[in-house]
Design a protein around this ligand. Structure first.
Ligand code: ADP
Ligand code: MG
Length: 693
């Protein structure tokens, strides 16, 4: 097998289109993709027909509009190519109309109340900027999903809108800086994906992993990641063969996965494709997650994408590496070679600094989920506090700008860039792994994203908030008589004003939490808190101004966040009750009975059984605590269900139920440590984490 032979063989990409479409159709489709020109139905018909022929030649029998509803995963509805048989012969058909638009029942997907205000129908609309592909004998057509009145019901629509918003404002700035050649500004991302692999047989014995994706019980293993021998360590044979098959499947789909290595925790790994346009990369990341699960299953493994499958062991994130580039291929976040390029670079850099500070709450909210709450703030993950890391060199360059106002003191106006930036070394920029948002030489790496999250939400927030900074910068520049001086002033003033968001130290340290509070930075600790800010006036204004969300859309998304949160914790709580009552309590109970029988037997022959007695008392006490707390948990679940308001309910799940679950767990974990392993009803952390070889 050679990579070049199989790469993108299952993708209806530019090459295939060139070969199968008339040049007229090809050009007019390109115009739609590049410039958003409206798509003619005759063009759509020809594309559909070519797509169908190509797909059938590859063995496909069905087609599917593929979309990303607000569940965070993808949805698909399959139709076969068969149309009404004529004279006993089956005809295979796929029209332009079927390519462009599909109908779907919006009420079966989360809609946060949008449906109630309108009708239940929704539709999917072809997104020609992401290639169609074949998987499981089905032609997949990437689409956006909307309610019938056009309100977005998915993750892709706002993503496309936010790219457009950023393009518009960045182009304004570029023109003001004298750039006449760039046609557009595009967003690229590269998503590093962390995950765990455990043995399937072992995993299926844990109802918590099966139902919730994380362990709700489990004492810490004697060996965790203290030795750091797993990170970049040699890859085990079963994992290796999983990775090989995964790579091959992803290459066929044209996904340029490049790196695969072990991560910090035992059984934890990472995969990363080479970056691409944010739209395609977001689709690709969904495919990667989907294929990881399916491929793992084939290899007798379970792939866990939960942010915190194991308490006390590093969790899994997804790093969103984000950059913006002109259609001429100029990366706007990369220091340039000439002074004026550097001035431009500093302006775009400042736009991100300002965005992150002004909209800290939105950055936090974009990565909020019940799963990620266990990770953000734990010792191995960025805290829930947003800060920006620039690297020492860049930071001191900015400080020099601020303090000495070099622009005014240098003789030649344009020496600003040369004076300051050549000292920037790329290496120095990438060494703070604890920062939530780190500048890494030519991009920003947003590290707070959860492993199971779509990359859409975090990208939307980056795009729209930076668009807003650029809008304000462009307004300034439009008024300026001396553009270079104006740029310089904007950069200096931005750094002055938003200094508090810049942080170089260790984000995991507890001192940082205190320091951040002094600086007035936000610390939204839980998902209900993070969801609450979505409808704050400044945020609604931002989204409306840039046409990314209407008020109704943002309110519906908030509603869905509350509902999802409650739903997840509810399932977890029910699983805790089930495991505690049906297996953990009885197991401890019978173990205690065994010990007591042993005590009696020992006593009858005159052997001292003092320690046995102590142990049985200890376990017996723990078991009573488990029982009482579990009964209480059952009552709270009933109470929670009665709460009508989604926000109040989400807070109730967080404040009352989640904390009680933790309490039950602490008793059970203590009991596990004191119970014979052959009696304990579930595989231990050691069994799970070291189950694959
Ligand atoms: P790390 O040191 O964090 O592992 P890498 O340099 O390996 O980072 O890159 C991680 C991801 O960033 C990859 O997906 C890579 O393709 C992506 N990346 C590199 N350059 C850019 C860029 N200019 N814009 C967006 N993503 C990029
Ligand atoms: Mg990284």
């Amino acid at each position: 097998m050679s990579i070049t032979e199989i790469f993108a063989t299952n993708v209806f990409n530019e090459e295939v289109m060139k070969a199968s479409l008339s040049s007229e159709t090809f050009n007019s489709l390109n115009k739609t993709v590049e410039e958003g020109a409206p798509l003619d139905i005759t063009v759509a018909n020809e594309v559909a027909s070519a797509m169908k022929d190509w797909a059938i030649s590859k063995g496909a029998t069905h087609f599917s509009h593929w979309f990303q509803p607000m569940t965070g995963i993808t949805a698909e509805k399959h139709d076969s190519f068969i149309s009404a048989p004529q004279g006993g012969k089956v005809i295979l058909e796929f029209s332009g109309k079927e390519l462009i638009k599909g109908e779907s029942d919006a009420s079966s997907f989360p809609n946060g109340g949008i449906r109630a205000t309108f009708e239940a129908r929704g539709f999917t609309a072809w997104d020609p900027t992401s290639y169609a592909f074949i998987k499981d004998k089905t032609l997949y057509i990437p689409t956006a999903f909307c309610a019938f009145n056009g309100e977005a019901l998915d993750k892709k629509t706002p993503l496309l809108r936010s790219v457009e918003a950023l393009n518009k404002q960045a182009m304004r700035v570029l023109r003001l800086l004298g750039n006449t050649t760039a046609k557009s500004v595009k967003v690229s991302i590269g998503a590093e994906q962390e995950y765990f692999l455990i043995d399937k047989k072992m995993g299926l014995l844990r109802p918590d992993l099966v139902f919730t994706g994380r362990t709700l019980f489990g004492a810490k293993p004697p060996k965790g990641q203290e030795l750091e021998d797993h990170y970049f360590g040699s890859i085990k044979p079963r994992v290796k063969s999983f990775m090989e098959e995964l790579d091959e499947e992803l290459w066929k789909l044209g996904i340029p996965v490049k790196t695969e290595h072990n991560e910090a925790a035992p059984a934890q790994h990472e995969i990363a494709p080479i970056y691409s346009s944010v739209n395609v990369a977001t689709d690709n990341n969904q495919l990667i997650m989907d294929l990881m699960k399916k491929t793992a299953d084939k290899h007798g493994l379970i792939c866990l994408l939960h942010e915190k499958p194991f308490a006390g062991v590093a969790g899994s994130g997804k790093h969103n590496n984000w950059s913006i580039e002109t259609s001429d291929g100029e990366n706007l976040l990369k220091p340039g070679k000439t002074p004026s390029e550097n001035l431009q670079f500093l302006l775009f850099l400042a736009s991100v600094i300002k965005a992150a500070d002004d909209y800290q709450d939105l950055y936090r909210s974009a990565v909020a989920s019940a799963g990620n709450d266990h990770r953000l703030g734990a010792s191995e993950a960025p805290p829930a506090i947003i800060s920006v890391y620039l690297g020492e060199d860049l930071l001191s360059a900015l400080k020099a700008l601020e303090n000495h106002d070099l622009y005014k003191t240098t003789k030649t106006k344009m020496s600003l860039g040369v004076k300051i930036l050549p000292t920037l070394s790329k290496d120095a920029t990438d060494r703070n792994r604890t920062s939530p948002l780190a500048y890494t030489g030519n991009k920003f790496e947003f590290r707070m994203v959860g492993a199971s999250d779509s990359t859409a939400d975090s990208s939307v927030v980056l795009n729209v908030t930076v668009a807003e900074s650029l809008r304000l910068f462009a307004d300034e520049l439009e008024k300026a008589t001396d553009i270079e001086k104006a740029v310089h002033d904007i950069v200096v003033n931005t750094v002055k004003k938003h200094k508090r968001i810049l942080f170089t130290g260790n984000n995991y340290a507890t001192e940082w939490t205190e320091e951040a509070e002094k600086r007035g930075l936000k610390n939204l600790r839980s998902t209900p808190e993070a969801a609450s800010i979505l409808t704050d006036e400044k945020n609604v204004l931002l989204y409306e101004r840039h046409k990314v969300f209407s008020y109704t859309e943002i309110a519906s998304r908030q509603q869905i966040m509350f509902e999802n949160y409650s739903r997840v914790i509810n399932i977890e709580a029910l699983t805790v009750v089930d495991m505690a009552k049906k297996n953990i309590f009885p197991a401890i109970n019978s173990y205690v009975n065994d010990i007591i029988n042993g005590i009696n037997a020992k006593k009858s022959v005159g052997i001292d059984a003092y320690e046995d007695l102590r142990l049985s008392k200890k376990l017996s006490n723990l078991n009573s605590q488990i029982y009482v707390a579990t009964e209480k948990l059952e009552r709270l679940i009933v109470e929670a269900k009665k709460i009508k308001d989604a926000k109040t309910q989400a807070f109730y799940y967080h404040d009352e139920i989640l904390s009680l679950m933790k309490e039950i767990r602490s008793y059970a974990d203590e009991a596990e440590k004191n119970t014979a392993s052959n009696v304990w009803p579930y595989p231990s952390y050691s069994d799970l984490l070291f189950s694959v070889n």
